[in-house]
Design a protein around this ligand. Structure first.
Ligand SMILES: [Zn+2]
Length: 347
C-alpha cells in the first residue's frame, strides 16, 4: 500500500495513549511484509526487526502509536460523562467536538458540551471554559442508562474526525501526531529492501504522557543509533514569528538541532544532512522548540545512544484535526532510508 493509504488507515484508527490496541494490530499487519520478525514487548510496543549483516550497526527507528485524547472520569446522575485529559490538550479546542467513547460494547458517539452560552453570565462568557466544566453527552438518559450502554470509568475517548485529501499533496485528519511517523517508518522499511544494518522499527506506546514506551524498547534493543519519526509545529500561520519557528508545511522534513529533550548528536545530525544533500531532498533545520520526541528517551538509554529526529511540519497539532503535506512524508522516508544506507559502522 502507498504511504497515503497507510496514513489514511492509521489516522482513522483509534489509539488514545495507553490504549493503542487498534493501531497496534494495524501496524503489525502493515510492518509484517517488510520485516523478518515482529515482536510485541511487555509494554506492547511493536518492534519490526529487519536483520542486516552479522555484527552490523543496530538502528532503532521510533514512531509513536498513541494519540492525545480523553478518558471517562465520572458519570453524572444525568448520564453525562466528565473526563480527564490524556496528553497535552488545550481546553479551548474541546467545546462542541464530536468524540467516540470506546466502551466494552464498542464505540459510542458523543459531543463535548457545556452550559449553553445563552444562560452564561457576561463574565462567564469571556472566560475559557476549562475541561473540568465540560462533559461528553452520549444521549444517555441517566447514569444507569450510560452504564447499560457499556460506559465505565477509565474508558478511552478519541476525537471523531475522518482523513481527507483536500488538495494536491495536502491532507487533513486526526492523530497525524504520530500516525504520519508510523506511515513514514513503514515506507522507510519498504525503501530499505537491501541494507547492511539491522533495523528495529518500533511503534511505541505512551509517548504523549512521557515517552514511556521508547524508554523500555531502547533498553531492550540496545541500539547504536536512534531516530525518532514525529511531527513538529508548522510556523506558517498568522501570529507565528520567525523567531518562534521558521519551519513550514511542504518545505521538506524538519531536522531538529535541539528541542526541550534532546541536543541531536552531531554525528547523527551530520548523517541526516549529508543524506538529504546527496539525494537532493529538501530539509529544514529547527532549534529551541518546546516539547520532545522519543529520541530524547532513546538517547539516554543505558550508556547513551547517539540520536536524532526527522519531523513533519504539521498544522494544528494536539487538536482534533491536523494538516500536512504528503510530499514531506515521502521525503522523510527517503531521507531516513538514505541516512541508514550511509551507515557503514558503529558510531
Ligand atoms: Zn508526537
Amino acid at each position: 500500500m502507498s504511504i497515503q493509504e497507510n496514513l489514511e488507515h492509521l489516522s482513522n484508527a483509534c489509539g488514545v495513549t495507553g490504549r493503542e490496541d487498534e493501531v497496534r494490530s494495524l501496524m503489525i499487519k502493515l510492518l509484517k511484509p517488510h520485516a523478518d520478525q515482529i515482536i510485541v514487548d511487555k509494554l506492547e510496543n511493536v518492534i519490526a526487526l529487519k536483520k542486516g549483516k552479522k555484527n552490523a550497526p543496530k538502528i532503532m527507528l521510533a514512531a509513536h502509536m498513541d494519540e492525545i485524547g480523553l478518558m471517562v472520569k465520572n458519570i453524572t446522575k444525568e448520564g453525562l460523562l466528565q473526563f480527564a485529559k490524556m496528553g497535552g490538550i488545550d481546553d479551548r479546542i474541546l467545546l462542541a467536538q464530536k468524540v467516540l467513547v470506546y466502551t466494552i460494547n464498542g464505540p459510542l458517539h458523543g459531543i463535548i458540551g457545556s452550559k449553553p452560552p445563552h444562560i452564561q453570565k457576561e463574565e462567564e462568557r469571556k472566560k475559557i471554559i476549562t475541561y473540568d466544566e465540560l462533559f461528553i453527552d452520549i444521549g444517555a438518559e441517566s447514569k444507569e442508562d450510560a452504564a447499560k450502554k457499556g460506559v465505565k470509568v477509565g474508558d478511552p475517548v478519541g476525537f471523531d474526525a475522518k482523513y481527507a485529501k483536500i488538495s494536491g499533496d495536502t491532507v487533513i485528519g486526526k492523530a497525524f501526531d504520530d500516525r504520519v511517523g508510523c506511515a513514514i517508518m513503514i515506507e522507510t522499511l519498504k525503501l530499505l529492501e537491501k541494507t547492511d544494518c539491522t533495523i528495529y522499527a518500533v511503534g511505541t506506546v505512551q509517548e504523549e504522557v512521557g515517552l514511556r514506551g521508547a524508554g523500555t524498547a531502547a533498553f531492550n534493543i540496545e541500539p547504536d543509533i536512534g531516530i525518532a519519526l514525529d511531527v513538529t509545529v508548522a510556523g506558517d500561520v498568522p501570529g507565528v514569528r520567525e523567531i518562534d519557528t521558521t519551519v513550514k508545511m511542504g518545505k521538506g522534513p524538519a531536522l531538529s538541532v535541539t528541542d526541550a529533550g534532546l541536543i541531536t548528536h552531531p554525528k547523527v545530525l551530520r548523517l541526516l544532512i549529508d543524506a538529504a544533500e546527496e539525494n537532493k531532498i529538501p530539509f529544514q533545520l529547527e532549534t529551541g522548540l518546546m516539547g520532545a520526541t522519543d529520541a530524547a528517551r532513546i538517547a539516554l538509554s543505558r550508556q547513551g545512544v547517539p540520536s536524532g529526529s526527522v519531523s513533519i511540519a504539521t498544522r494544528y497539532i494536539h487538536s482534533p484535526q491536523g494538516m500536512l503535506s504528503l510530499k514531506d512524508a515521502l521525503d522523510s522516508a527517503k531521507l531516513t532510508a538514505a541516512a541508514i544506507q550511509r551507515i557503514q559502522k558503529k558510531f
